[in-house]
Design a protein around this ligand. Structure first.
Ligand code: AMP
Ligand code: GLY
Length: 435
């Protein structure tokens, strides 16, 4: 079968790397992809939200399956677009319908959904211009810190944690009156701050049944020791030591089962990933957010640990037979360390030459180019005639396997030391709390 993968990050390179290991995958196309995905298939210069262009490509290349990496095409209804088109209907798309993608696309929707199905989450209130004054009054008596969330998609920047009431009121005003996040901030969720340790849980559902993939922990802050600005993610570890069987059982019973049952009850067509962002408060799991896709950089440790054939897994999902699937995991520890552009998450330069990584045609096997037990996944990279250059904030990451977190991170660092671009920066302490 020919497969089309949408997206261009490290998540997509890891998915591409995994998809082509399946004997069920004949040809892989990636739109738009990066310099790393060129090692796995054919990059097509096409935006993941250009549905017309995607339709043409699917027809021309006889695509049988579309795997959607990022959330935006899902929130914009790519699944519904395929379902409504006679020529596209038989192609299976990995991802939920637009109604299902609201779990990520609208914080207000996801909070109400959790309320309806008694899924543990932070207490909250929702405001817009019509109850603006109530919002200000609510903020002023709220316990600190206060979490403000823009309702819609805001490129990972829509959550602000305020340490004072003055800051919270100012931020609230910026979102609702200053249109800081545009339409995405026309509704604001104000919620209680939960203190605990975070965990990313990945579920694949066919709408009736589900399987749980390896869990991971993401490191969001730019600085070592979890300091400084928030980023898309600077590294990840899987498995997560505190996510033992008992805790995962609580997550399954209190979060995953009611989520899948809730989707079913509301007749929401959901064949795809559910990413539950969990925070462990004491011994109990709370949902911080849902995403309708896999995490980045979590995927760069989840895919290497997943032993199942990914295409076969997606076929079982499409057929509604995930109840027949058993997830097999590599027991070793996988860590990924992300190298970013100097200045990220602020402004940074693009187009800087990268040395120490191989170009298209190189195979990302455990033997090369990362060295034994290591894999290089590209994120913001681009192939130009002269070589590979940077094209984003998060440039590439190195995933390594080992028996301990310490060794795995050490191996990734060894590989990163041989890679260079001007301004390269990476955290040396990924997994620090588990050493
Ligand atoms: P998001 O952009 O939705 O991934 O949220 C960014 C980060 O904000 C999360 O990963 C958490 O670290 C933090 N966060 C969101 N909601 C809460 C909350 N209610 N309590 C504490 N931290 C939160
Ligand atoms: N790494 C977190 C995310 O993908 O949202």
């Amino acid at each position: 079968m020919n497969i089309l993968l949408l997206g261009s990050g490290g998540r997509e390179h890891a998915l591409a790397w995994k998809l082509i290991q399946s004997p069920l995958c004949t040809r892989l196309f990636i739109a738009p992809g990066n310099a790393g995905t060129m090692q796995c298939g054919t990059n097509i210069d096409l935006s993941p939200t250009d549905f017309e262009g995607i339709k043409k490509l699917c027809t021309k290349e006889k695509i049988g399956m579309v795997v959607v990496g990022p959330e935006e095409p899902l929130v914009r209804g790519i699944v519904d677009y395929f379902a409504a088109d006679a020529a596209l209907r038989k192609i299976s798309v990995v991802g939920p319908s637009a109604r299902g993608a609201r779990l990520e696309g609208s914080k207000a929707f996801s909070k109400k959904f959790m309320e309806r199905y008694k899924i543990p989450t932070a207490s909250y209130r929702e405001f817009d211009v019509t109850n603006y004054a109530d919002g200000i009054a609510y903020l002023q008596q709220h316990r600190l810190p206060i979490v403000l969330k823009a309702d819609g998609l805001a490129a990972g920047k829509g959550v602000v944690i305020c340490q004072s009431h003055v800051e919270a009121v100012a931020e609230f005003e910026l979102m609702l009156q200053g249109h800081k996040f545009g339409e995405a901030g026309s509704k604001v969720v104000v919620e209680e701050f939960l203190k605990g340790i975070e965990l990313s849980v990945f579920v694949l559902t066919d709408g009736q049944h589900f399987v749980i993939l390896p869990e991971a922990k993401d490191y969001k802050r730019i600085g070592e020791g979890d300091t400084g600005l928030n980023t898309g993610g600077m590294g990840a570890v899987s498995p997560v030591p505190f996510a033992d069987e008992a805790f995962m059982q609580k997550i399954t019973e209190r979060v995953i089962v009611p989520t899948v049952e809730g989707l079913k009850k509301e007749n929401i067509d959901y064949k795809g990933f559910i990413f539950a962002g969990i925070i462990k408060v004491g011994e109990d799991p709370f949902v911080i957010e849902y995403n309708c896709r896999l995490g980045d950089p979590e995927t760069e440790v989840v895919m290497p640990r997943l032993k199942n054939d990914l295409v076969a897994l997606f076929q079982s999902m499409a057929a509604g037979r995930l109840n027949e699937v058993r997830i097999e995991k590599d027991d070793r520890i996988a860590c990924t360390v992300m190298a970013v552009s100097g200045g990220y998450p602020g402004s940074y330069e693009k187009g800087l030459p990268i040395t120490g990584v191989e170009g298209p045609g190189a195979s990302n096997t455990p033997e090369r180019p990362g060295g034994a037990d290591s894999l290089i996944f590209h994120a913001g990279t681009k192939w130009q005639k002269e070589g590979i250059v940077t094209s984003g904030g998060r440039v590439l990451c190195v995933t390594s396997f080992a028996e301990t977190v310490y060794e795995a991170v050490d191996k990734s660092r060894d590989v990163l030391e041989k890679i260079h671009f001007e301004g390269i920066y990476y955290r040396r302490d990924i997994g620090y709390e588990f050493l």
